[in-house]
Design a binder for this molecule. Structure first.
Ligand code: PBG
Length: 457
């Protein structure tokens, strides 16, 4: 490789020297310097009586060096020679003639691994043109400025709290895999709702824990007259008319097969399932639900439910469809909570393959066209890209369900002392919001609201 050489005259500004050096390397010519650094990178070392201009300068390519301003005027003449030794090393020979002192100093500096031109370019650019005029850390200096610069804010009112309902009275059963979450009978559940409402959580998704003896193949209990779940819905709605009450539309809590759809000859049959879901939906709407959450992933169910509801006069009842519900390993604790695990096989013939995102667009397009008011992605944390994709493309609110397994794993790690629960709760919910979910269903809803109240309001 050539040995470029450049020479500078008296009173050359540091700017032109640096520019010359840049051209001398041949690769960095068109940098164009419009504003010089206000401080020179020149420094006089009293101990060995030499200028440390480039040594420091280059040294501070890794760091950055500011010399006192008055030194600039002392620079009289500099000769600099840059040799490109090999692909990883630059040698820089400099001679500094100091008119004022009639002395010259020489030095050679070898800089290893610096011949990454992008890197050099970037740092020369920083030194010459902007000189760290952009320091992103300034926006992080205090809590006050961090608050101002905060891009994503999650309010308790964006959350939906899932609750597990037991038949009976004064019953509370802890769910071992979901610390802090219990199955509750209606009287206790009402108290829970009341507490949450006071903290700003106004939306609830109630799931019934149906005793095995009430389950059958066609899930008839889901719309039975004396259904404790439907009764609870109407009482919750009466007590808290200002709440937003969501239900789950799927057969699994009522099905002796533990599947979301009707099982015939080992297959989950689509269209016959819709008829059952339709009855369930009417019963839930009658009970006072504000929004139905079809979580079954049958084809055409949103359109079918919308039509069924409208024909029965329930045009005001919304549908939040489980649009992209994945066949996920993260539902384990929920199925324990409801004792609703499938009795055979898995849910892969109706829930989505975790590998797919284009397919989520197809599901979303269908649900949107069929009249969904909101569309949900579930689970949340492993599917932030799906949330983002839907949020970017559809003009209705996108919801995400931070499911039982996501909640449990954070708790489990925290119990081991491996994670700080409060921090990861806030971080995980914020990430879901940041991805574009306007509504988040989460078992952390109440804890988050408490955290929000103590730290943010
Ligand atoms: C049932 C339903 C499930 C969840 C919500 N509705 C489980 C499943 O599909 O097996 C999961 C919620 C959670 O894991 O927190 N249709």
């Amino acid at each position: 490789m050539d040995t470029p050489f450049c020479q500078f005259g008296a009173k050359d500004s540091l700017r032109s020297i640096c520019q010359g050096l840049l051209s001398a390397t041949g690769n960095l010519v068109h940098l164009g310097v419009s504003s010089a650094p206000t401080k020179s990178a020149l420094s006089y070392n009293h101990e060995n009586r030499s200028y440390e201009l480039f040594e420091k300068f280059f040294h501070h390519i890794i760091g950055l060096y500011h010399a006192p301003k008055h030194r600039i005027g002392q620079l009289a003449r500099i000769k600099a020679q840059i040799k490109i030794l090999d692909s990883t090393t630059i040698s820089l020979c400099i001679k500094v003639f100091d008119w004022a002192r009639y002395r010259k100093t020489k030095g050679e500096i070898k800089m290893h691994t610096l011949i990454d031109y992008d890197f050099i370019h970037r740092y020369f650019y920083l030194c010459l043109m902007s000189y760290l005029n952009r320091r992103p850390r300034r926006n992080r200096i205090s809590q006050a400025v961090r608050n101002l610069a905060e891009e994503t804010t999650l309010l308790p009112q964006n959350l939906v709290f899932p609750l597990f309902l037991l038949p009976g009275e004064n019953k509370k059963e802890a769910i071992s895999s979901m610390p802090g979450i219990s199955r509750l009978s209606l009287d206790l559940l009402l108290k829970e709702v009341e507490q949450c409402m006071k903290m700003g959580v106004q939306a609830f998704d109630v799931f019934p824990c149906v005793p095995d003896e009430l389950k059958n193949q066609t899930a008839t209990y889901s719309y039975a007259e004396d259904n404790f779940y439907l009764d609870a819905l109407s009482q919750i709605k009466q007590r808290f008319p200002e709440s937003w009450l969501m239900t789950d539309v799927a057969m699994d809590p009522y099905s002796s097969d533990g599947h979301d759809g009707l099982v015939e000859n080992g297959h989950i049959v689509n269209d016959k399932t819709l008829e059952i879901l339709g009855k369930m939906a009417i019963a839930q709407a009658q009970a006072g639900a504000d929004v139905l959450g079809p979580s079954d992933m049958m084809d055409g169910r949103v359109g079918f439910l919308r039509e069924t509801l409208d024909k029965a006069g329930f045009t005001q009842v919304s549908i939040m469809s489980y649009t992209a519900k994945y066949a996920s390993g993260f539902y384990g604790p929920f199925r324990e909570a409801l004792n609703s695990a499938p009795k055979f096989g898995d849910k892969k013939t109706y829930q989505m393959n975790p590998a797919n995102v284009k397919e989520a667009l197809l599901e979303a397009q269908l649900d949107f066209d069929e009249g969904a008011d909101m569309m949900m992605v579930k689970p949340a944390m492993c599917y932030l890209d799906v949330i983002k994709t839907l949020a970017d493309q559809f003009p209705i609110p996108i919801a995400a369900y931070q499911v039982s397994g996501e909640f449990s794993m954070l708790h489990a790690a925290a119990q081991n002392g491996w994670l700080d629960l409060e921090r990861v709760m806030v971080e995980s919910l914020t990430s879901i919001r940041r991805a574009g979910a306007q509504v988040i269903l989460s078992y952390f809803a109440k804890d988050y609201a408490r955290w929000y109240k103590t730290t943010r309001s």
